[in-house]
Ligand binder design. Structure first.
Ligand code: SAM
Length: 270
C-alpha cells in the first residue's frame, strides 16, 4: 500500500461492523453444483430482482445521461452521450485496445478511482448495485479528472455476460464482497461455480483475478472454487506485483485501523 497523499480520498466514519463471522461452507455435492447452475439460469438471487421486470428498463435515469454510466437493458437509449448514447460510447471503448480492469462491488470507489488515476492508459469499469453509491462515485470522478472510468448499478451477474466481450478483461478486482451469512441469503453470494465460469470466460489468457476478504472462510471457499476450475492456475502471492501500490477500499481501511486480519488471493487465467 502506498501513503501517496491524495486529498480526494477521505475515509470518514462508517457503519461497518465485524459481523457474525460464522461463514459456513462445505465442498458442494454434485447435486448442489447442479442446483447452483439452475439458480443462475433462473436469475435467482439477483440483487434488486430481475431487471427485466423494472418499469422503463430500456431508459437510462436522467441523472445518468451525460455520465459514464450504463445499464445493460438501456444500452440502446440514444439520449445519452452524443452521437448515439452511453451504450454506444461504452461499446466503442470496449472495441478499442485499452486493457480493461473491472471492480465488482466498489462501494465508495476509493480503490477504483485511485487505480484509474494511476493508470490513465487503461479502461476501468466498476459495478455496484447500490444506486446511491454509484451516483456518489460518478460525482467524484471529475475531482480525479478521469476519462477512463465507467460505472453500472446493475447486478454484475446480469450485466457482465451481456456487455463485456469474452477474453476482454485484464484484471478482475473483487474486494471484500458481502458474505451473506444466512443460509436463505446464500444465493446472493457472488462466488458460485457459474460465477467462476463467467470470470474465466471474460478474462484474457494471462489475466488476473484479485480477491480479498476479512472472512477467512470466504477466502477458502473462493480458493476451492477457483482452483478446481481448469481455466485458473493456483493462488500465487507473487502476482501481487501486478496490483502494485493502491489505495485501500473502505472496508480494508476499516480493518487495518482495527488491526483485523484480511486475506488476499491472486489467480492467473491460463
Ligand atoms: C461489503 S461491501 C464492500 C465494498 C468495497 N469493496 C469495500 O471493500 O469497501 C460489498 C459491495 O458489493 C456490492 N455488491 C454485492 N453484490 C453485487 C453484485 N452482484 N453486483 C455488483 N455489486 C454488488 C454491494 O452493494 C456492496 O457495496
Amino acid at each position: 500500500m502506498t501513503n501517496k497523499p491524495d486529498h480526494t480520498l477521505d475515509y470518514h466514519a462508517t457503519s461497518f461492523s465485524q459481523g457474525r463471522m460464522d461463514f459456513a461452507w462445505a465442498e458442494p455435492a454434485p447435486e448442489e453444483i447442479a442446483a447452483a447452475y439452475a439458480d443462475w439460469d433462473a436469475g435467482k438471487g439477483l440483487i434488486g430482482g430481475d431487471p427485466r421486470k423494472r418499469p422503463n428498463a430500456h431508459l437510462l435515469p436522467d441523472w445518468g445521461l451525460g455520465e459514464p454510466f450504463f445499464r445493460v437493458l438501456a444500452m440502446d437509449d440514444p439520449r445519452g452521450m452524443p452521437p448515439a448514447g452511453n451504450g454506444a460510447a461504452l461499446r466503442a471503448e470496449l472495441a478499442g485496445d485499452r486493457p480493461l480492469e473491472i471492480e465488482i462491488g466498489f462501494g465508495r470507489g476509493d480503490f477504483l478511482l485511485d487505480r484509474a488515476q494511476r493508470r490513465p492508459e487503461r479502461l476501468f469499469i466498476g459495478y455496484e448495485t447500490k444506486t446511491k453509491a454509484t451516483r456518489l462515485f460518478l460525482q467524484r470522478i471529475p475531482r480525479f479528472q478521469l476519462d477512463n472510468v465507467w460505472a453500472s448499478d446493475d447486478d454484475v451477474r446480469f450485466n457482465l455476460p451481456r456487455v463485456i466481450p469474452d477474453g476482454r478483461v485484464d484484471i478482475f478486482h473483487i474486494l471484500f464482497p458481502d458474505p451473506w451469512w444466512k443460509p436463505q441469503h446464500q444465493v446472493k453470494r457472488l462466488f458460485s461455480p457459474p460465477f467462476v465460469d463467467l470470470l474465466a470466460n471474460k478474462l484474457r489468457p494471462g489475466g488476473l483475478l484479485y480477491f480479498k476478504s476479512d472472512v477467512a472462510e470466504y477466502g477458502e471457499m473462493v480458493r476451492y472454487f477457483v482452483e478446481r476450475h481448469a481455466a485458473f492456475a493456483g493462488h500465487d502471492p507473487a502476482l501481487a506485483a501486478r496490483i502494485g501500490d493502491y489505495a485501500p477500499t473502505h472496508r480494508e481501511f476499516w480493518c487495518s485501523r482495527r488491526d483485523l486480519p484480511f486475506y488476499a488471493y491472486y489467480f492467473e487465467r491460463r
